[in-house]
Design a binder for this molecule. Structure first.
Ligand code: HEM
Length: 497
């Protein structure tokens, strides 16, 4: 048959290549630095995304080509402050989000996080922002809940038989390490979940640190292994729909029934505390349907687990390394000499958290946006409308070595230098920037500082002997990142007082 003849196949291949070459040569992006193959096809980028290595791939391109790189035919990555200002801060909240965010819909609804255009987002944010203001987070009812959870975390560290804790959420609900020893597990993500749900629903927050049923619920959200499945649904929704069943055999879909049931139940309660997000949503009942309220809460719970959990996990891992022992000791000295000073007044604790967020941003990868109608100039480069543009925290925190000398070295002391302080802080992109930056930032910082203060006032941490450095390499998920080995075993040695 003619359709299968080699001549037809060759002609089709030539046409296909010719079309892509023509598009490449005609593209207004053709002069932007980057590998030629990335300008011809998005498959290179997709391949790295599929392998959970997008962040590293984009970072290596920046190291090679500089602060502006074409990473796909219609996609450009930037790594400079002028680009952050234009893409994420111009007009208050920057450019509109791309359809990538459809992947995060909750109960099929758009939330503040998943709304694509500025106007819808601004309306929702007006409802929500109040409960995440620092003044609300610092209220005693809010802080005492965080403190209570930190105390539970410390109890767990103190009570584990040999002082070893898996501080990363143990994937596949494993409670046994590779040597077959029983370990306490899942501590930091449990803490993050308990703090987030306290802020959403108190007194109906979870108790993952003590209740295995709540811990199972948290596992569904945090140990989600659906990267490949969800990427396919993003790249080709039709293919995903057609092949859904077959695909499930190779790539797990996202399934979180326990979490969706917990949030539906908790968001229907009317006896929540006034500092909670739920109380604010109830005040606005006329503006939002019940399912929208639940979707917002599910989204915030998920946003608050992996981010704070992974951020603390990578940071405590680094502090536990022999190379960072001097920093851990300096932190311990500050905490021991000022036991009654509030966490937000401790300067070395602040430096440690900032350096943790710089080296290990929990959302390290590109946050994609569309260039608006009419096109825009970004950091000296003209781009037509609908070009996908982004910055990624991992690279912004490393590329400019005048701001961050020896950028791969964990060194909290850099944040104590007065010279260049404002520029360094401005470049910190862990929470993004502008009106669509992280609304939960103050809550996350309060959680991180409370826990680190309590841990390092009481313990010295060292890596468990069974841990290998490689297992703590970054594995990208959908925008967040976690240790590739899926566990982080640390030993907690009590400080003699
Ligand atoms: C260390 C911890 C955290 C980090 C590093 C972090 C980082 C971020 C980043 C980078 C964004 C912007 C994402 C984008 O544009 O695609 C974001 C948005 C958001 N975060 Fe966080 N986050 C953290 C903790 C939290 C917590 C604890 C909550 C709530 C409980 C939260 C709730 C949200 C929400 C609702 C948004 C969407 C904001 C909007 O679109 O207006 N985050 N976060």
């Amino acid at each position: 048959m003619i359709v299968f003849s080699p001549a037809v196949a060759a002609a089709a291949a030539v046409l296909f290549l010719g079309y892509h070459l023509y598009r490449y040569l005609q593209s207004p992006l053709r002069k932007i630095p980057g590998p030629a193959l990335c300008g011809l096809t998005s498959l290179v980028l997709k391949w790295h995304e599929f392998q959970a290595k997008r962040t590293d791939f984009v970072h290596r391109l920046h190291l090679q080509y500089g602060p502006v790189v074409r990473i796909a035919p219609n996609e450009v990555s930037f790594a400079s402050w002028p680009a952050v200002k234009e893409i994420y801060c111009s007009g208050g909240s920057g450019y509109d989000k791309t359809e990538f965010y459809d992947l995060f819909k909750a109960y099929s609804r758009r939330t503040m996080f998943t709304m694509l255009n500025k106007a819808d987002h601004a309306k929702r944010k007006r409802v929500i922002a109040d409960r995440y203001a620092n003044s609300n987070i610092m209220k005693s009812a809010s802080l005492s809940g965080i403190q209570e959870r930190s105390n539970r975390f410390i109890q767990r560290c103190a009570s584990s038989a040999d002082g070893t804790q898996d501080v990363f959420v143990a994937l596949l609900a494993l409670k046994t390490d590779c040597s077959g020893t029983n370990r306490s597990s899942t501590a930091l993500h449990s803490y993050a979940c308990d703090c987030a749900t306290h802020h959403l629903f108190h007194p109906h927050g979870t108790n993952c640190l003590q209740d295995p049923k709540d811990e199972d619920m948290m596992h569904q959200v945090a140990a989600d292994d659906s990267l490949q499945n969800r990427l396919i649904s993003h790249w080709s929704p039709t293919l995903h729909r057609l092949l859904a069943r077959v695909l499930t055999m190779f790539a797990k879909p996202r399934e979180i029934p326990l979490a969706t049931a917990y949030v539906l139940d908790s968001s229907s309660r009317s006896d929540v505390a006034t500092f909670t997000l739920m109380s604010r949503l109830e005040e606005k009942h006329g503006e939002l349907e019940s399912i929208d309220m639940a979707a917002e809460c599910l989204d915030h719970m998920a946003a608050g687990i992996d981010t704070t959990g992974d951020g603390l996990c990578f940071l405590m891992w680094e502090l536990s390394q022999p190379r960072s022992l001097a920093f851990q000791q300096k932190l311990q000295r500050e905490l021991q000499s000022q036991p009654d000073v509030p966490f937000d007044k401790l300067s070395y604790l602040d430096a440690v958290v900032l350096e943790g967020l710089r080296c290990f941003p929990p959302i390290p990868m590109s946050l994609p946006r569309y260039v608006p109608e009419g096109g825009r100039e970004i950091d000296g480069v003209w781009l037509p409308e609908k070009t996908v543009v982004s910055c990624q925290a991992f690279t912004l925190h490393r590329l400019d070595q005048t701001l961050f000398p020896d950028p791969d070295k964990f060194n909290p002391d850099r944040w104590l230098e007065p010279e260049g302080d404002a520029d360094r802080r401005r470049m910190l992109f862990a929470f993004s920037n502008g009106g669509r930056g992280c609304v939960g930032k103050h809550l996350a910082i309060a959680e991180m500082k409370t826990l680190l203060r309590d841990v390092y006032s009481n313990f010295t941490t060292v890596p468990d002997a069974s841990m290998q450095d490689e297992s703590m390499a970054m594995s990208d998920q959908l925008i967040s990142s976690r240790p590739v080995g899926g566990q982080c075993l640390l030993k907690f040695d009590r400080i003699a007082k």
